[in-house]
Design a protein around this ligand. Structure first.
Ligand code: KG4
Ligand code: ZN
Length: 351
């Protein structure tokens, strides 16, 4: 059984859970290289990720991305302490490409391979450092984890010690952005486009429902009704006739999502007396959400940490950093591929 390490572990990490093929080299929380090949343009034509296409493109991108990361970091396999790979949740075919590449490397090099829960990677992302930003100690906090597949509030007591306080009952926040963008003919992924348009619009122009807001005891979300409300609005009034009207619609929709996320996160933080909060996952790039949470942080007196924009979406640096923390804590390496498993659910028997 490996003992805890005092120096930061050097890890090569692979991420392929959805539509980004990514590889990174980290030293503890310090990113030495992070390469991401996005498939966004391939899936945009279909209005969402096509699993079979994702797997096939991971296959062609994986080795070039791996080579680029190793070259950019200037490391040899002999210098590494371990390998890491996203083991789930995600598209199984996509995950398997990364896992099989990582298992091949582990076999060839003899390096230990750490399977990392994708959402644990996102939890670590605000703590990363690189040539431009300073790494932070991974300390207890409350995380608002919002991506294309997840929307949850997670109490982080320490590495591997997570408690999901509440999650979405239906659509994830990012999914709501993507579906609404589709209704408005804005393409995929919808989050960044709506974010940009919302900045130009009036968020009070239309009122959309804020689901679950009145329930102050539960930290759950629901976004599918909001999507329906927007669809009903479009049925009644038609597509917006000008860029200004489109911007108003985007701003009003985004304000509804942001208000619920911020209100629930504030309640949870107060209830569990957390000194710090993070926002993680693809939606953490949203300017409206960042600004509103910064106002809440100043009013309520808590620290707010968000990832650098390059680490908001899927990347392998966060997977490597989570593995480096696990090595430092003396955790045993293991990999177990799964399509779906909550971050606070215990692992099954490991292979
Ligand atoms: O974490 P991520 O890259 O992949 C998953 O693990 O799901 O998150 C992708 C999601 C997409 O739904 C995308 O529309 C959303 O994050 N997203 C945003 C923004 N940038 C990405 N949503 C709102 N505002 C943004 N700026
Ligand atoms: Zn993600």
């Amino acid at each position: 059984m490996p003992g805890p390490k005092t120096r930061a572990a050097k890890i090569l990490a692979i991420e392929s859970s959805c539509d980004e093929t990514a590889c990174a080299v980290v030293e503890g929380l310090q990113v030495r290289a992070s390469i991401i090949a996005s498939q966004v343009e391939i899936h945009a034509a279909f209005g969402g990720v096509v699993p079979e296409l994702a797997s096939r493109h991971h296959l062609t991108a994986a080795v070039p991305v791996l080579r680029a990361a190793v070259e950019a970091a200037g490391v040899t396999f002999a210098e590494l302490d371990g390998l890491a790979v996203t083991e789930g949740p995600g598209l199984v075919g996509a995950l398997l490409v990364g896992v099989q590449l990582a298992q091949g490397l582990a076999l060839a090099t003899g390096l230990p391979l750490h399977g990392i829960h994708h959402m644990e990677g996102h939890l670590v992302s605000p703590f990363l450092g690189d040539a431009e930003i300073t790494a932070r100690d991974f300390v207890p906090h409350l995380a608002l984890s919002v991506s294309g597949g997840h929307s949850e509030l997670v109490l982080v007591a320490g590495l591997g010690d997570y408690r999901v306080l509440g999650c979405t009952r239906d659509d994830a926040a990012g999914e709501a952005f993507d579906k609404v963008a589709k209704l408005l003919g804005l393409g995929y992924p919808g989050g960044p486009v709506i974010d940009r348009l919302a900045a130009e619009g009036d968020s009070t122009a239309f009122h959309f429902p804020r689901a679950m807001l009145a329930d102050r005891e539960r930290f759950e979300f629901s976004f599918s009704g909001l999507k329906t409300a927007l669809s009903v609005h479009l049925d009644k009034h038609g597509q917006p006739g000008s860029r200004a009207a489109l911007a108003d619609l985007c701003a009003s929709f985004q304000a509804a999502v942001v208000e619920v996320l911020v209100a629930k996160a504030r309640l949870a933080r107060r209830k569990f007396a957390c000194k710090a909060m993070t926002i993680v996952g693809g939606v953490s790039a949203n300017r409206g959400l960042r600004d509103a949470m910064a106002v809440a942080a100043a009013a309520d007196g808590f620290e707010l940490w968000t990832p650098a924009l390059r680490y908001c979406g899927d990347n392998a640096a966060m997977i490597g950093a989570a593995a480096a923390l696990r090595v430092q804590a003396g955790r045993t390496p293991a990999v177990q591929v799964f399509a779906s498993r909550a971050i606070d659910e215990p692992r099954g028997v490991t292979a």
